[in-house]
Ligand binder design. Structure first.
Ligand code: PLP
Length: 427
Protein backbone atom coordinates (compact mmCIF):
# COMPACT_ATOMS: atom_id res chain seq x y z
CA UNK A 1 0.00 0.00 0.00
CA UNK A 2 1.22 3.46 -0.77
CA UNK A 3 -0.23 6.47 1.00
CA UNK A 4 -0.82 9.55 -1.13
CA UNK A 5 1.25 12.13 0.74
CA UNK A 6 -0.77 14.88 -0.92
CA UNK A 7 -3.27 14.54 1.91
CA UNK A 8 -0.72 16.05 4.32
CA UNK A 9 0.11 19.03 2.10
CA UNK A 10 -3.53 19.53 1.25
CA UNK A 11 -5.04 19.22 4.71
CA UNK A 12 -2.47 19.36 7.50
CA UNK A 13 -1.44 22.78 8.76
CA UNK A 14 1.77 24.40 7.62
CA UNK A 15 2.87 24.21 11.25
CA UNK A 16 3.91 20.59 10.66
CA UNK A 17 7.64 20.20 11.11
CA UNK A 18 9.60 16.94 11.52
CA UNK A 19 7.75 15.31 8.62
CA UNK A 20 9.34 17.83 6.28
CA UNK A 21 12.83 16.49 7.03
CA UNK A 22 11.79 12.84 7.21
CA UNK A 23 9.56 12.79 4.18
CA UNK A 24 8.21 9.25 4.19
CA UNK A 25 5.19 7.49 5.67
CA UNK A 26 6.09 5.38 8.69
CA UNK A 27 4.13 2.30 9.58
CA UNK A 28 6.03 0.37 12.26
CA UNK A 29 8.67 0.80 14.92
CA UNK A 30 10.47 -1.50 17.30
CA UNK A 31 13.32 -0.54 19.64
CA UNK A 32 15.57 1.87 17.76
CA UNK A 33 14.25 1.06 14.31
CA UNK A 34 11.43 2.64 12.33
CA UNK A 35 10.03 1.20 9.11
CA UNK A 36 8.19 3.05 6.38
CA UNK A 37 5.56 1.70 4.05
CA UNK A 38 8.10 0.96 1.32
CA UNK A 39 9.68 -1.46 3.80
CA UNK A 40 12.80 0.66 4.37
CA UNK A 41 14.11 0.45 7.91
CA UNK A 42 15.73 3.45 9.56
CA UNK A 43 17.82 3.63 12.70
CA UNK A 44 16.18 6.13 15.02
CA UNK A 45 18.63 8.62 16.55
CA UNK A 46 15.80 11.02 17.43
CA UNK A 47 13.65 8.81 19.68
CA UNK A 48 10.66 11.13 19.68
CA UNK A 49 12.94 13.95 20.80
CA UNK A 50 13.74 11.98 23.97
CA UNK A 51 10.15 10.80 24.47
CA UNK A 52 11.21 7.25 23.65
CA UNK A 53 14.21 6.76 25.93
CA UNK A 54 13.32 3.07 26.21
CA UNK A 55 12.79 2.63 22.46
CA UNK A 56 9.63 1.99 20.46
CA UNK A 57 7.08 -0.57 21.65
CA UNK A 58 8.97 -2.00 24.62
CA UNK A 59 7.52 -5.55 24.93
CA UNK A 60 6.89 -5.36 28.69
CA UNK A 61 5.13 -2.00 28.50
CA UNK A 62 3.11 -3.20 25.55
CA UNK A 63 2.05 -6.35 27.37
CA UNK A 64 1.05 -4.42 30.48
CA UNK A 65 -0.94 -1.93 28.44
CA UNK A 66 -2.71 -4.61 26.41
CA UNK A 67 -3.60 -6.40 29.65
CA UNK A 68 -5.01 -3.18 31.05
CA UNK A 69 -7.09 -2.56 27.89
CA UNK A 70 -8.30 -6.16 27.69
CA UNK A 71 -9.45 -5.99 31.30
CA UNK A 72 -11.52 -2.84 30.69
CA UNK A 73 -9.16 -0.87 32.91
CA UNK A 74 -9.87 2.84 33.24
CA UNK A 75 -8.83 4.76 30.12
CA UNK A 76 -9.87 8.21 31.29
CA UNK A 77 -10.94 9.17 34.77
CA UNK A 78 -10.13 12.89 34.97
CA UNK A 79 -7.99 12.97 38.10
CA UNK A 80 -10.10 10.54 40.07
CA UNK A 81 -8.41 7.94 42.22
CA UNK A 82 -7.57 4.85 40.18
CA UNK A 83 -5.68 1.70 41.08
CA UNK A 84 -3.17 2.46 38.32
CA UNK A 85 -2.48 5.96 39.63
CA UNK A 86 -1.83 4.55 43.10
CA UNK A 87 0.54 1.94 41.71
CA UNK A 88 2.48 4.49 39.67
CA UNK A 89 2.74 6.88 42.62
CA UNK A 90 3.96 4.08 44.89
CA UNK A 91 6.55 2.97 42.36
CA UNK A 92 7.73 6.55 41.81
CA UNK A 93 7.96 7.10 45.56
CA UNK A 94 9.89 3.88 46.22
CA UNK A 95 12.11 3.71 43.16
CA UNK A 96 12.80 7.36 42.30
CA UNK A 97 12.12 9.71 45.20
CA UNK A 98 13.16 7.84 48.35
CA UNK A 99 16.52 6.47 47.17
CA UNK A 100 17.47 10.00 46.05
CA UNK A 101 16.63 11.66 49.34
CA UNK A 102 13.60 13.36 47.72
CA UNK A 103 10.92 12.04 50.03
CA UNK A 104 9.63 15.56 50.69
CA UNK A 105 8.37 16.17 47.13
CA UNK A 106 4.71 16.10 46.13
CA UNK A 107 3.68 15.16 42.61
CA UNK A 108 1.25 17.33 40.72
CA UNK A 109 -0.47 15.85 37.68
CA UNK A 110 -0.56 18.64 35.13
CA UNK A 111 -1.92 18.61 31.61
CA UNK A 112 -0.17 15.95 29.54
CA UNK A 113 2.46 18.04 27.75
CA UNK A 114 5.72 19.38 29.11
CA UNK A 115 4.72 22.96 28.52
CA UNK A 116 1.82 22.52 30.93
CA UNK A 117 4.16 21.40 33.71
CA UNK A 118 6.23 24.52 33.03
CA UNK A 119 3.12 26.72 33.20
CA UNK A 120 2.18 25.17 36.53
CA UNK A 121 5.66 25.82 37.94
CA UNK A 122 5.60 29.45 36.76
CA UNK A 123 2.19 30.07 38.29
CA UNK A 124 3.09 28.47 41.59
CA UNK A 125 6.43 30.30 41.88
CA UNK A 126 4.66 33.62 41.27
CA UNK A 127 1.89 32.73 43.69
CA UNK A 128 4.30 31.77 46.47
CA UNK A 129 6.64 34.74 46.15
CA UNK A 130 4.13 37.40 45.07
CA UNK A 131 6.72 38.39 42.44
CA UNK A 132 6.27 38.39 38.72
CA UNK A 133 9.71 38.30 37.14
CA UNK A 134 11.24 34.95 36.21
CA UNK A 135 14.86 34.55 35.18
CA UNK A 136 15.43 32.23 32.26
CA UNK A 137 18.52 31.77 30.16
CA UNK A 138 19.85 32.32 26.66
CA UNK A 139 19.04 29.46 24.26
CA UNK A 140 16.47 28.07 26.68
CA UNK A 141 13.50 26.08 25.44
CA UNK A 142 10.61 25.50 27.83
CA UNK A 143 7.58 24.90 25.60
CA UNK A 144 5.17 26.67 23.28
CA UNK A 145 2.26 27.93 25.37
CA UNK A 146 2.32 31.65 26.19
CA UNK A 147 3.90 31.41 29.63
CA UNK A 148 6.51 28.81 28.72
CA UNK A 149 7.20 30.62 25.44
CA UNK A 150 8.01 33.80 27.33
CA UNK A 151 10.88 31.85 28.93
CA UNK A 152 12.09 30.52 25.59
CA UNK A 153 15.01 32.24 23.90
CA UNK A 154 14.52 31.29 20.24
CA UNK A 155 13.25 34.26 18.21
CA UNK A 156 11.53 32.08 15.61
CA UNK A 157 9.54 30.25 18.24
CA UNK A 158 8.71 33.49 20.08
CA UNK A 159 7.49 34.92 16.80
CA UNK A 160 4.76 32.28 16.73
CA UNK A 161 2.99 34.20 19.48
CA UNK A 162 2.02 36.89 16.97
CA UNK A 163 1.78 40.07 18.97
CA UNK A 164 1.11 38.15 22.18
CA UNK A 165 2.77 39.60 25.23
CA UNK A 166 5.72 37.54 26.34
CA UNK A 167 6.61 39.57 29.37
CA UNK A 168 7.58 39.11 32.98
CA UNK A 169 10.85 37.38 32.16
CA UNK A 170 14.51 38.42 32.29
CA UNK A 171 16.79 36.48 29.95
CA UNK A 172 20.31 36.11 31.33
CA UNK A 173 23.37 34.30 29.92
CA UNK A 174 23.56 30.51 30.40
CA UNK A 175 26.81 28.84 31.40
CA UNK A 176 29.33 29.35 28.58
CA UNK A 177 27.05 31.67 26.59
CA UNK A 178 29.89 34.17 26.06
CA UNK A 179 32.63 31.56 25.58
CA UNK A 180 34.68 29.64 28.11
CA UNK A 181 36.48 32.72 29.41
CA UNK A 182 33.44 34.64 30.58
CA UNK A 183 32.04 33.77 34.00
CA UNK A 184 28.32 34.24 33.43
CA UNK A 185 27.52 33.25 37.01
CA UNK A 186 29.63 36.17 38.24
CA UNK A 187 27.81 38.54 35.86
CA UNK A 188 24.40 37.31 37.00
CA UNK A 189 25.42 37.68 40.65
CA UNK A 190 26.40 41.30 40.04
CA UNK A 191 23.26 42.05 38.06
CA UNK A 192 21.04 40.72 40.82
CA UNK A 193 22.83 42.33 43.72
CA UNK A 194 22.95 45.72 41.97
CA UNK A 195 19.67 47.40 42.94
CA UNK A 196 20.07 49.69 39.95
CA UNK A 197 20.53 46.93 37.34
CA UNK A 198 16.89 47.20 36.35
CA UNK A 199 16.11 43.57 37.08
CA UNK A 200 13.05 43.06 39.26
CA UNK A 201 13.48 40.61 42.13
CA UNK A 202 12.72 37.24 40.56
CA UNK A 203 10.04 34.78 41.61
CA UNK A 204 12.14 32.00 40.17
CA UNK A 205 15.11 30.88 38.11
CA UNK A 206 14.30 28.25 35.50
CA UNK A 207 16.94 26.30 33.63
CA UNK A 208 17.60 23.09 31.74
CA UNK A 209 20.64 21.20 33.09
CA UNK A 210 21.40 20.40 29.44
CA UNK A 211 19.75 22.62 26.83
CA UNK A 212 17.99 20.24 24.46
CA UNK A 213 16.77 22.58 21.73
CA UNK A 214 19.26 25.38 22.32
CA UNK A 215 22.36 23.51 21.14
CA UNK A 216 23.12 20.87 23.80
CA UNK A 217 24.81 23.31 26.12
CA UNK A 218 25.52 21.45 29.34
CA UNK A 219 25.87 23.63 32.42
CA UNK A 220 28.69 22.73 34.79
CA UNK A 221 27.95 21.45 38.28
CA UNK A 222 29.57 24.60 39.66
CA UNK A 223 27.25 26.84 37.63
CA UNK A 224 24.12 24.92 38.55
CA UNK A 225 25.02 24.98 42.24
CA UNK A 226 25.89 28.67 41.92
CA UNK A 227 22.49 29.50 40.41
CA UNK A 228 20.77 27.48 43.14
CA UNK A 229 22.70 29.37 45.79
CA UNK A 230 21.88 32.70 44.16
CA UNK A 231 18.19 31.86 44.00
CA UNK A 232 18.17 31.10 47.73
CA UNK A 233 20.01 34.33 48.49
CA UNK A 234 17.39 36.36 46.60
CA UNK A 235 14.38 34.48 47.91
CA UNK A 236 13.59 33.02 44.49
CA UNK A 237 12.39 29.54 43.60
CA UNK A 238 14.51 27.10 41.60
CA UNK A 239 12.73 25.39 38.72
CA UNK A 240 14.70 22.63 37.01
CA UNK A 241 13.24 21.80 33.61
CA UNK A 242 14.26 18.17 33.24
CA UNK A 243 11.72 17.39 30.54
CA UNK A 244 14.28 16.45 27.89
CA UNK A 245 17.34 15.76 30.05
CA UNK A 246 15.49 13.62 32.61
CA UNK A 247 14.34 9.98 32.70
CA UNK A 248 17.91 8.76 32.33
CA UNK A 249 18.93 10.80 29.31
CA UNK A 250 21.88 12.43 31.10
CA UNK A 251 23.15 9.11 32.47
CA UNK A 252 21.25 9.35 35.77
CA UNK A 253 17.48 9.51 36.33
CA UNK A 254 17.56 13.28 36.96
CA UNK A 255 20.20 15.37 35.21
CA UNK A 256 21.06 17.18 38.46
CA UNK A 257 21.82 14.08 40.52
CA UNK A 258 25.02 14.24 42.53
CA UNK A 259 24.85 18.04 42.63
CA UNK A 260 24.30 20.10 45.72
CA UNK A 261 20.89 21.45 44.71
CA UNK A 262 17.38 20.98 46.03
CA UNK A 263 15.08 22.32 43.34
CA UNK A 264 11.77 23.76 44.51
CA UNK A 265 10.17 22.39 41.34
CA UNK A 266 11.16 19.82 38.75
CA UNK A 267 9.26 19.44 35.49
CA UNK A 268 8.98 16.01 33.89
CA UNK A 269 7.35 14.90 30.64
CA UNK A 270 8.70 13.42 27.39
CA UNK A 271 9.88 9.91 28.50
CA UNK A 272 7.82 9.77 31.68
CA UNK A 273 5.33 7.30 30.17
CA UNK A 274 8.18 5.48 28.42
CA UNK A 275 5.86 4.43 25.62
CA UNK A 276 5.39 7.72 23.84
CA UNK A 277 2.10 8.42 25.57
CA UNK A 278 1.49 11.99 26.72
CA UNK A 279 2.14 12.37 30.43
CA UNK A 280 3.67 15.24 32.41
CA UNK A 281 4.01 16.08 36.06
CA UNK A 282 5.51 18.68 38.33
CA UNK A 283 7.52 17.72 41.39
CA UNK A 284 6.87 20.27 44.13
CA UNK A 285 8.80 20.57 47.37
CA UNK A 286 6.19 19.73 49.98
CA UNK A 287 6.11 23.10 51.72
CA UNK A 288 5.35 24.86 48.41
CA UNK A 289 2.26 22.82 47.61
CA UNK A 290 -0.11 25.66 48.38
CA UNK A 291 -2.53 25.01 45.54
CA UNK A 292 -6.19 25.09 46.40
CA UNK A 293 -8.20 22.18 44.96
CA UNK A 294 -8.63 22.60 41.17
CA UNK A 295 -6.63 25.80 41.05
CA UNK A 296 -4.55 24.46 38.17
CA UNK A 297 -7.00 22.15 36.50
CA UNK A 298 -7.22 20.26 33.21
CA UNK A 299 -9.27 17.51 31.61
CA UNK A 300 -6.32 15.28 30.83
CA UNK A 301 -4.25 15.05 33.99
CA UNK A 302 -2.65 11.73 34.81
CA UNK A 303 -3.06 9.62 31.68
CA UNK A 304 -4.04 6.18 33.05
CA UNK A 305 -2.45 4.31 30.15
CA UNK A 306 0.75 6.21 30.84
CA UNK A 307 0.57 5.20 34.52
CA UNK A 308 0.61 1.58 33.34
CA UNK A 309 3.60 1.92 31.01
CA UNK A 310 5.37 4.46 33.23
CA UNK A 311 5.29 2.04 36.15
CA UNK A 312 6.90 -0.61 33.94
CA UNK A 313 9.75 1.82 33.11
CA UNK A 314 10.43 2.30 36.81
CA UNK A 315 10.28 -1.36 37.75
CA UNK A 316 12.18 -2.58 34.71
CA UNK A 317 14.95 0.02 34.47
CA UNK A 318 15.37 1.93 37.71
CA UNK A 319 15.17 -0.55 40.60
CA UNK A 320 18.95 -0.71 40.81
CA UNK A 321 22.02 0.70 39.06
CA UNK A 322 22.30 -1.90 36.29
CA UNK A 323 20.55 0.09 33.57
CA UNK A 324 22.12 3.39 34.58
CA UNK A 325 25.60 1.85 34.43
CA UNK A 326 24.91 0.49 30.94
CA UNK A 327 23.65 3.89 29.79
CA UNK A 328 26.82 5.51 31.07
CA UNK A 329 28.92 2.96 29.18
CA UNK A 330 26.97 3.67 25.98
CA UNK A 331 27.58 7.38 26.50
CA UNK A 332 31.32 6.69 26.36
CA UNK A 333 30.84 4.84 23.06
CA UNK A 334 28.74 7.76 21.81
CA UNK A 335 31.41 10.32 22.75
CA UNK A 336 34.06 8.32 20.88
CA UNK A 337 31.84 8.04 17.79
CA UNK A 338 31.05 11.74 17.82
CA UNK A 339 34.70 12.64 18.31
CA UNK A 340 35.45 10.80 15.06
CA UNK A 341 32.75 12.89 13.37
CA UNK A 342 34.10 16.13 14.86
CA UNK A 343 37.62 15.23 13.67
CA UNK A 344 36.36 15.49 10.09
CA UNK A 345 35.45 19.16 10.46
CA UNK A 346 37.91 21.91 11.35
CA UNK A 347 36.71 23.76 14.44
CA UNK A 348 33.90 21.30 15.26
CA UNK A 349 33.12 20.80 18.94
CA UNK A 350 31.46 18.10 20.99
CA UNK A 351 28.39 19.25 22.92
CA UNK A 352 26.20 17.89 25.71
CA UNK A 353 26.70 14.98 28.07
CA UNK A 354 25.43 11.47 28.73
CA UNK A 355 23.14 10.20 25.99
CA UNK A 356 22.36 13.79 25.04
CA UNK A 357 25.37 14.65 22.92
CA UNK A 358 26.09 16.08 19.53
CA UNK A 359 28.59 17.90 17.36
CA UNK A 360 28.61 21.63 16.70
CA UNK A 361 29.67 21.59 13.04
CA UNK A 362 29.89 25.37 12.77
CA UNK A 363 26.94 26.08 10.46
CA UNK A 364 23.30 25.17 10.19
CA UNK A 365 23.72 24.59 6.48
CA UNK A 366 26.35 21.90 7.00
CA UNK A 367 24.45 20.30 9.90
CA UNK A 368 21.30 20.11 7.82
CA UNK A 369 23.20 18.66 4.86
CA UNK A 370 24.67 15.98 7.16
CA UNK A 371 21.27 15.08 8.62
CA UNK A 372 19.70 14.98 5.16
CA UNK A 373 22.39 12.61 3.89
CA UNK A 374 21.95 10.48 7.01
CA UNK A 375 18.26 10.07 6.26
CA UNK A 376 19.01 8.97 2.72
CA UNK A 377 21.31 6.33 4.20
CA UNK A 378 18.73 5.11 6.71
CA UNK A 379 19.36 7.18 9.84
CA UNK A 380 16.88 9.54 11.50
CA UNK A 381 18.77 12.38 13.19
CA UNK A 382 18.03 16.04 13.87
CA UNK A 383 19.79 19.33 14.50
CA UNK A 384 19.67 21.66 17.49
CA UNK A 385 20.96 25.13 18.37
CA UNK A 386 20.22 28.77 17.62
CA UNK A 387 21.26 28.28 13.98
CA UNK A 388 20.61 24.51 13.85
CA UNK A 389 24.39 24.13 13.87
CA UNK A 390 24.51 21.09 16.17
CA UNK A 391 23.97 17.55 14.89
CA UNK A 392 22.22 16.02 17.85
CA UNK A 393 21.97 12.39 18.93
CA UNK A 394 18.98 11.42 21.08
CA UNK A 395 19.05 7.69 20.44
CA UNK A 396 17.06 5.47 22.82
CA UNK A 397 18.99 4.56 25.97
CA UNK A 398 18.15 0.93 25.21
CA UNK A 399 19.77 0.99 21.75
CA UNK A 400 21.77 -2.14 20.96
CA UNK A 401 25.55 -1.67 20.61
CA UNK A 402 25.18 -2.80 16.97
CA UNK A 403 22.58 -0.17 16.09
CA UNK A 404 24.53 2.52 17.92
CA UNK A 405 27.63 1.54 15.93
CA UNK A 406 25.68 1.38 12.64
CA UNK A 407 24.10 4.78 13.22
CA UNK A 408 27.43 6.36 14.11
CA UNK A 409 29.01 4.82 11.00
CA UNK A 410 26.29 6.35 8.82
CA UNK A 411 26.77 9.69 10.55
CA UNK A 412 30.52 9.58 9.90
CA UNK A 413 30.05 8.67 6.25
CA UNK A 414 27.44 11.41 5.76
CA UNK A 415 29.73 13.93 7.45
CA UNK A 416 32.63 13.02 5.14
CA UNK A 417 30.44 13.47 2.07
CA UNK A 418 28.90 16.72 3.29
CA UNK A 419 32.21 18.33 4.26
CA UNK A 420 33.73 17.38 0.90
CA UNK A 421 30.74 18.90 -0.82
CA UNK A 422 30.93 22.11 1.21
CA UNK A 423 34.65 22.46 0.48
CA UNK A 424 33.97 22.18 -3.23
CA UNK A 425 31.13 24.69 -2.96
CA UNK A 426 33.40 27.10 -1.10
CA UNK A 427 36.19 26.91 -3.68
C1 PLP B 1 10.03 19.41 24.99
C2 PLP B 1 10.34 20.34 26.07
C3 PLP B 1 9.35 21.11 26.69
C4 PLP B 1 7.92 21.12 26.23
O1 PLP B 1 7.32 19.87 26.28
P1 PLP B 1 6.03 19.62 25.34
O2 PLP B 1 5.56 18.26 25.73
O3 PLP B 1 6.50 19.70 23.93
O4 PLP B 1 5.05 20.69 25.68
C5 PLP B 1 9.73 21.91 27.74
N1 PLP B 1 11.00 21.96 28.17
C6 PLP B 1 11.97 21.23 27.60
C7 PLP B 1 13.35 21.30 28.14
C8 PLP B 1 11.68 20.40 26.52
O5 PLP B 1 12.65 19.71 25.92
Amino acid sequence: MSTDKQIFARRESEARSYCRDFDTVFTKAVGSEMTDEAGTTYIDFLAGCSSLNYGHNDPDMKEALIGHLQGDGIAHGLDMYTAEKAKWLEAYEDIILKPRGMDDYKIMMTGPTGTNAVEAAMKLARKITGRRNIVSFTNAFHGMTMGALSLTGNAGKRGGAGCGSLCGVTHLPYDGAFGDDVDTLGIIEKMLSNTSSGIDKPAAFIFEPIQGEGGLNAASQEWIEGIAHLAREHGAMIIVDDIQSGCGRSGTYFAFEGMDIQPDFVTQAKSLSGFGLPFACLLIKGEHDIWKPAEHNGTFRGNTHAFVTGRVTLEKFWKDDTFQTKVQEKAVQLTAGLQAVADEIPGAKLKGRGMMQGVDVGSGELAEDICHRCFEKGLIIETSGADDEVVKVLVALTVSPENLRKGLDILLEATREATKNHKIAAE
